[in-house]
Design a protein around this ligand. Structure first.
Ligand code: DX5
Ligand code: ZN
Length: 222
């Protein structure tokens, strides 16, 4: 089986040592970084925007996935791509035109990912399953790092994997929120191939490298 891909979420990094933290994650062998953009409107918190994305872009060849937790994501798709995003993740709750948003991202040759909040039913992606390069299932309500995984979300991961196996088998399923060494295996067994983790990597007691390795082992060991 392909190893689980770990996506370190920079939200939990030390912004004063961002370069160091990116380098440490990179040396642990991850293929991507997760960047959370929050607008204080769709979610009750602010994070960072284009200057940080482009600064990270300048120091790493890793895939950058930008998770847009913003109202009106259509206005930020071009700016985040210009700043360096390879993958753009849009919350389905922000739009009546998911099809258009996905096509907007894909028209730039970038990967388009739909994001579902815990309470958002899987049926919203029924008609666009074939257009997705990825499906991100939130395992917490978005807005803050360091929350506990909501157990019922894993059943949605299971149902999503079954649906995508039929309709778009190459589509990755990703989980985000409360992923640590004690929860990651359940997410993988449910069908997640990519796991976002912030706190359990950047606040790991033995450092970032050890944090990523511990998750990788927990993800892929019975
Ligand atoms: C939450 C963000 C997450 C966050 C995860 O709204 O979308 O990406 O950084 O943080 P942890 O891993 O600490 O739950
Ligand atoms: Zn995120």
């Amino acid at each position: 089986m392909t190893p689980t891909r770990i996506a370190p979420s920079l939200l939990a990094a030390d912004f004063l040592r961002l370069g160091e933290h990116v380098a440490a994650a990179q040396s642990a062998g991850v293929d991507r970084l997760h960047l959370d953009v929050m607008d204080g409107h769709f979610v009750p918190n602010l994070s960072f925007g284009m200057p940080i994305i482009s600064a990270v872009r300048r120091i790493t060849p890793l895939l950058l996935e930008v998770h847009l937790m913003v109202s009106n994501p259509q206005d930020l798709i071009e700016p985040v791509i210009k700043a360096g995003a390879d993958i753009v993740q849009v919350q389905v709750e922000t739009t009546a035109h998911l099809d258009k948003l996905l096509m907007q991202i894909k028209s730039h040759g970038k990967r388009a990912v739909a994001v579902l909040n815990p309470a958002t039913p899987l049926t919203v992606i029924d008609e666009v399953a074939g257009l997705l390069d990825g499906l991100l299932i939130m395992t917490v309500n978005p807005g803050f790092g360091g929350q506990k995984l909501i157990p019922y979300t894993l059943d949605k991961v299971r149902r999503a994997r079954a649906l995508l196996d039929e309709r778009n088998p190459a589509c990755d399923i990703e989980v985000d929120g409360g992923i640590d060494a004690s929860t990651i295996r359940q997410a993988v067994l449910a069908g997640a191939g990519v796991c976002v983790a912030g706190t359990s990597i950047f606040n790991a007691p033995d450092g970032v490298l050890a944090g990523v390795r511990a998750l990788q082992v927990a993800a892929d060991t019975d």
